[in-house]
Design a protein around this ligand. Structure first.
Ligand SMILES: Nc1ncnc2c1ncn2[C@@H]1O[C@H](COP(=O)(O)OP(=O)(O)OP(=O)(O)O)[C@@H](O)[C@H]1O
Ligand SMILES: [Mg+2]
Length: 299
């Protein structure tokens, strides 16, 4: 059966999203937001020329799976994934929005990315190589790239205007948003990571690291917002191929990375498109991750 066309942009007649990220389109509805995950895929900070059919559904439904499972740890922004609950002007577009969108409470986002790392990879590995620590946390010497850490660590980051994240120490994060708040966010971040990593591990998947965002309500209560433990906000590795001492294959994006290596893309525009086989292989990987983590069928 031929694949459905990927959703690249959320065009709802005359309605235009108020905000577009690399992957998500966001409709501002006053006290609420409708977040739509498209099928866009990014690599090396660029949105590629091809979409991955159903990727947005996987991201949305994986996020809602984690939101449902973590309410004992922290309240979250999810109000509904049923388009019939959306504001009138959006519910008319159920055909496009179904399965890939959520209605959420609008909050004041805390301006810190709350990262938990259980393994040494990416910017954490780079920092460790040059300083022996990550975000001011001293680590044992002699660790290899992708090694499991003695215990998961909280490594906050700020969002630079360029969109690139900058790792900061917890002290620095405390100066930015308050010591009491950052203490609470560290506890929540590590608890959420622990929950996700255990669950993933039981299903043969390593959750190497992940990024959470939190928002504050008018009464100062904390909500978990944004997306949660999706492949776009996390490093997921296949456990059966885990071998420290080098970068690990990515559960979801490895075919894409391999292809971009193969064509020797210089990681500058113009962005490449992906051959059909790479699109199909990548889609299968997203679906496999979804099935293994949730045990659910995609809606
Ligand atoms: N409940 C919420 N209330 C207010 N803002 C939210 C809520 N949930 C998520 N957000 C914000 O919405 C934005 C989502 O943007 P999105 O992730 O699509 O793009 P981005 O972060 O600008 O770029 P990237 O595509 O690289 O992630 C983020 O700034 C996030 O903090
Ligand atoms: Mg984002």
């Amino acid at each position: 059966m031929p694949l459905a066309a990927p959703l690249i942009e959320t065009r709802l007649d005359d309605l235009v999203p108020q905000r577009q990220g690399k992957v998500r389109d966001i409709f501002d509805c006053g006290d609420t937001l409708v977040m739509v995950a498209t099928d866009r895929i990014s690599a090396f900070d660029y949105v590629l020329g091809s979409g991955i059919p159903d990727k947005g559904k996987v991201l949305t439904q994986l996020s809602s799976f984690w939101f449902e499972r973590t309410t004992d740890i922290v309240a979250n922004h999810l109000l509904s994934t049923d388009v019939r609950d959306y504001p009138d002007h959006l519910r008319r577009h159920a055909d496009i929005l179904h399965g890939r969108s959520m209605l959420v409470r609008k909050t004041a986002p805390v301006a810190i990315e709350c990262v938990a790392r259980g393994y040494l990879s990416g910017s954490g590995w780079k920092e460790y190589v040059s300083t022996g620590s990550v975000c001011g946390i001293a680590l044992p010497s002699g660790l290899r790239e992708s090694d499991r850490l003695p215990a998961p660590i909280f490594t906050p980051a700020t969002k630079a205007a360029s969109g690139h994240d900058i790792n900061i120490s917890e002290q620095e994060a405390g100066r930015l948003v308050g010591v009491e708040l950052i203490n609470r966010l560290r506890e929540l971040t590590l608890e959420l990571y622990d929950h996700g990593a255990r669950h993933a591990e039981a299903n043969g998947i390593i959750l190497a690291d992940t990024k959470f965002e939190f928002g504050l309500m008018a009464d100062n209560s904390i909500l978990l917002i944004d997306e949660v433990m999706t492949p776009d906000s996390s490093r997921y590795w296949p456990e059966d191929q885990y071998a420290p001492g080098r970068p690990q294959p990515s559960f979801d994006k490895q075919y894409v990375r391999d292809y971009l290596e193969q064509i020797r893309w210089n990681k500058q525009p113009p962005v490449p498109s992906l051959p059909e086989q790479v699109v199909i292989g990548t889609r299968d990987k997203y679906l496999e991750a979804f099935h293994r983590l949730t045990g659910r069928e995609l809606l």
